[in-house]
Design a protein around this ligand. Structure first.
Ligand SMILES: [Zn+2]
Ligand SMILES: [Zn+2]
Length: 205
């Protein structure tokens, strides 16, 4: 049996119910997407040493409490360079594909998954993954152009759906699912022809 090394707390915050994820292990914690309501985030990590703040991507609804949480914790901010440039948020360190972020006895592995934004990333640990707005149970994340949708779909095919079926994923809004549960809908979607200008809010069915 595989033992979970990290304790995961989900906080849906703000008017978009954006999920902020707290990871706790061995008296240390990581805050992913400080979306809003900083007092709830800070209460969630109280009594732990906040090692880092990480962003799945830099859309406004995922960073509304970022400045306050940075100030209150003094923890360094990690962001992918493409979203740092696109959204003009200066981090303390860059997170890129393949990076490993240690926490307690566990670790997060960074996967660069562009498409929803150029610097979107997912964080994998213990057969779980925090995926931001890259993947939802009902479809891919929102895409602003047909090119972005094409990029997102190839990201999903090459990286996200390469994960084992039992991988539980945790999206930026609402409840998650497992890779195996969504795989049939994704595979069917990928075989269907799509209009050339297809993008935006896309669903598998
Ligand atoms: Zn987003
Ligand atoms: Zn979002």
């Amino acid at each position: 049996m595989i033992r979970d090394t990290l304790h995961l707390i989900t906080l849906p915050l703000g008017e978009w119910n954006t999920n902020c994820y707290l990871l706790v292990a061995g008296g240390e914690s990581i805050i992913i997407d400080p979306a809003a309501e900083e007092e709830r985030i800070l209460a969630g990590v109280e009594g732990t040493a906040v090692k880092t703040i990480l962003l799945t991507h830099a859309h406004r609804d995922h960073v509304l409490a970022l400045d306050k949480v940075r100030r209150a914790t003094g923890a360094p901010l990690g962001i992918h360079p493409s979203d740092s440039a696109a959204f003009e948020i200066v981090g303390d360190f860059e997170i890129i594909d393949g990076d490993v972020v240690p926490l307690g006895e566990g670790q997060l592995i960074v996967a660069h998954t562009p498409g929803h934004t150029p610097g979107s990333v997912c964080f994998r640990f213990d057969r779980r993954a925090i995926v931001g707005d890259t993947l939802f149970p009902g479809g891919p994340g929102h895409s602003t152009t047909p090119r972005a949708l094409a990029q997102l779909l190839s990201t999903l095919r090459e990286k996200v759906f390469a994960w084992p079926d039992e991988t539980a994923f945790y999206p930026g809004h609402g409840a998650g699912s497992t890779i195996g549960a969504v795989r049939p809908a994704f595979e069917t979607f990928m075989t269907r022809p799509r209009p050339a200008h297809f993008c935006g809010h896309v669903e598998w069915v």
